[in-house]
Ligand binder design. Structure first.
Ligand code: 5GP
Ligand code: ZN
Length: 145
């Protein structure tokens, strides 16, 4: 496993040693706002244990990530009501992976919106934190009737 520990930004975030707008964290998985969002609400779901990509991650961790994706997608839908949500996951530089710690993107989409991964701005950290707090609260409340 390359790029573990101090040099892996998602390991640092998972340990609380680097800042992130957290929406969820337990002993296996976490979810936080992407710092260079493609759209408002763009989130990453990540295992805490370092695994570079799909070729390294354990089945158990992958299933934990998938279970959290379900919950996060429901919260995004409830709070932001996007027209759609794209789920994106890259393995290897050739596939577009830039951070080599397994992660799944959840990206709210609007009708007619383009999908330009290369053209993104750094988000305002304060705004990301406020949105993350709102999503975290909604996740903790659970499904509403
Ligand atoms: P990939 O290109 O590997 O599929 O996705 C990596 C994602 O991580 C990108 O969408 C990028 O914006 C995001 N990212 C990179 N560095 C950081 C960081 O330090 N904090 C957060 N929250 N996201 C990051
Ligand atoms: Zn890592």
């Amino acid at each position: 496993m390359s790029n573990t520990g101090d040099s892996c930004i998602f390991c640092l975030i998972a340990r609380g040693d680097a800042p992130a707008a957290l929406v969820y964290r337990d002993d296996r998985v976490l979810a936080f706002m992407d710092l260079f969002p493609l759209s408002r609400g763009h989130l990453l779901v990540v295992p805490r244990a370092h695994a570079e990509n799909i070729f390294e991650i354990s089945e158990a961790d992958m299933l934990e990530v998938a279970a959290l994706q379900l919950r996060i997608a429901a919260v995004l839908k409830a709070e932001l009501d996007p027209d759609g949500i794209a789920v994106y996951q890259a393995n290897g530089a050739a596939a577009g992976q830039t951070v080599f710690h397994y992660h799944v993107h959840l990206i709210p989409r609007a009708d007619g919106e383009g999908f330009d991964f290369a053209n993104r701005k750094t988000a305002d950290r304060g705004e990301l934190s406020r949105l993350a707090a709102r999503l975290m609260e909604s996740l903790q409340r659970g499904p509403q009737n």
